[in-house]
Ligand binder design. Structure first.
Ligand code: IPM
Ligand code: MG
Length: 360
C-alpha cells in the first residue's frame, strides 16, 4: 500500500532552491522504491518572501509548514537585504519558523566518509573514521533571549543580547542528547562555558541531574573554547555532543571542516510534536546562485534524515547514504570537494547520479 506524505518545500534564497531541487529528485526516487508518495507544497521563505509579502515569514508559509508531515528547507539570505531592519531580515524567518514549529532539537551529524578523507583540510589520520552527532538546542539562548537591542545608554550606543535558559529548556535537550547517545556509542559530551557564564552553570547542573536517568551513558563536560580546539586536535574523541544554540551554531560550522565542506553536512530539527524540518547547514551563498556549481549532498543527506526521523524509514535513510557514498566512490565530485583525478560535476548532475543510484 502506498503511504502519502505531505512535504512543505521552502527553497528560500540564493542556492537554496537549486539544492532543494536535487533533494526532491532523490525523494522522488525513494518514493518509487518504497511505495511512498510525496506531495510537495511549495512556499516562500526569507528574502524572496519579503519581496512578495514584505515579511520574510508569511502566515501562509507557516500554515503550509504546520499542515505538512515534514518541512524541507534550502537556505535564506542575500546581501541585497542587508539594509533591511532586523525584524524583516531573511534570517529572522529561519528563527521564526524554528520557534513556530517548536523545533528545539537540532541534530547535526559530521561524518567523514572514507571516500572523502582527502577533501578535508586536516590530516587523514585525524579525520578518517570521524562520526560525530552534535545536538544543538535551537529555540533558546542569546538567539531569542530578552531583553535585546541597540540603545543609547549613558550617551553611548550599546548593543545587548541575553543568554538565557530555564531548567525545562535544558532538561528537554539534555534528554535528546542522552537518548541519542544511547543509540550510538553511549558517550555524551556536554559543551558549555560554566567557568564564566551563570547560564552555563545552570546548564551543567541540569545535565548532571538528567544524567542520573541514563547510567549507561558516559558523560563528560567541556568548555566551549576547549571543545573548539579538541574538535580539530582529536575529533575522534567525540561521539555525541549536546550544547546550546550559539555554541552549537559555531561548533557545527567548525565540524563541517572535518569532512571538508559545508556542502556535506545535513541537519534535522525536531520538536516534541510530529513535524521535523530538514535543511543543509550551509547558507544561501548568493554569489554562487544559478551557476550549477554547489554541492547538493548536504541537502540530499537532509532528505535521508527526513526518512529516518519523520517517516521512521531506516532502510530509505540507509539507501540514500549508500547512494551518496557509491557516487563519491565512483569519483564524482562537485567543486567544493574536488581533488585531482576526480570527475568534476555540477549540482544537477550530482543530484541525477545519486537519484539514479537509488533507483538502480
Ligand atoms: C545555521 C545558520 C543560522 C543560525 C542563521 C542563518 C540564522 O547559521 O542554521 O546554523 O545562526 O542558526
Ligand atoms: Mg550556522
Amino acid at each position: 500500500m502506498t503511504t502519502q506524505y505531505n512535504i512543505a518545500v521552502l527553497g528560500g534564497d540564493g542556492i537554496g532552491p537549486e539544492v532543494i531541487a536535487e533533494g526532491v529528485k532523490v525523494l522522488d526516487a525513494i518514493g518509487k522504491k518504497f511505495d511512498m508518495e510525496f506531495e510537495y507544497e511549495y512556499a516562500l521563505i526569507g528574502g524572496c518572501a519579503y519581496d512578495q509579502y514584505k515579511v520574510p515569514l508569511p502566515d501562509t508559509t507557516i500554515l503550509t509548514a504546520k499542515n505538512s508531515d515534514a518541512v524541507f528547507l534550502g537556505a535564506v539570505g542575500d546581501w541585497k537585504y542587508d539594509e533591511l531592519p532586523p525584524e524583516v531580515r531573511p534570517e529572522k524567518a529561519l528563527l521564526g519558523i524554528r520557534k513556530e514549529l517548536g523545533l528545539f532539537a537540532n541534530l547535526r551529524p559530521a561524518i567523514v566518509y572514507d571516500e572523502l578523507v582527502s577533501s578535508s583540510p586536516l590530516k587523514p589520520e585525524i579525520v578518517s573514521g570521524v562520526d560525530i552527532m552534535v545536538i544543538r538546542e535551537l529555540t533558546g539562548d542569546v538567539y531569542f533571549g530578552q531583553p535585546k537591542g541597540v540603545e543609547v545608554i549613558d550617551g553611548k550606543r550599546t548593543g545587548f543580547n541575553n543568554m538565557i535558559y530555564n531548567e525545562d529548556e535544558v532538561r528537554r535537550i539534555a534528554h535528546v542528547g542522552f537518548k541519542t547517545a544511547m543509540k550510538r556509542n553511549k558517550k555524551l559530551c556536554s559543551v558549555d562555558k560554566a567557568n564564566v557564564l551563570d547560564c552555563s552553570r545552570l546548564w551543567r547542573e541540569i545535565v548532571l541531574e538528567v544524567a542520573k536517568e541514563y547510567p549507561e551513558v558516559e558523560l563528560s563536560h567541556m568548555y566551549v573554547d576547549n571543545a573548539a580546539m579538541q574538535l580539530i586536535r582529536e575529533p575522534k574523541q567525540f561521539d555525541t555532543i549536546v550544547t546550546g544554540n550559539i555554541f552549537g551554531d559555531i561548533l557545527t560550522d567548525e565540524a563541517s571542516m572535518l569532512p571538508g565542506s559545508l556542502g556535506l553536512l545535513p541537519s534535522a530539527s525536531l520538536s516534541d510534536g510530529s513535524i521535523g524540518m530538514y535543511e543543509p547547514i550551509h547558507g544561501s551563498a548568493p554569489s554562487l546562485r544559478g551557476k550549477d556549481v554547489v554541492n547538493p549532498i548536504a541537502t540530499i543527506l537532509s532528505a535521508a534524515m527526513m526518512m529516518k526521523y519523520s517517516f521512521n524509514n531506516d532502510e530509505a535513510y540507509q539507501l540514500i547514504q549508500n547512494a551518496v557514498k557509491s557516487v563519491l566512490k565512483s569519483g564524482y565530485r562537485t567543486q567544493d570537494i574536488y581533488t585531482d583525478g576526480c570527475v568534476l560535476v555540477g549540482t544537477q548532475q550530482m543530484g541525477n547520479l545519486i537519484a539514479q543510484e537509488i533507483l538502480y
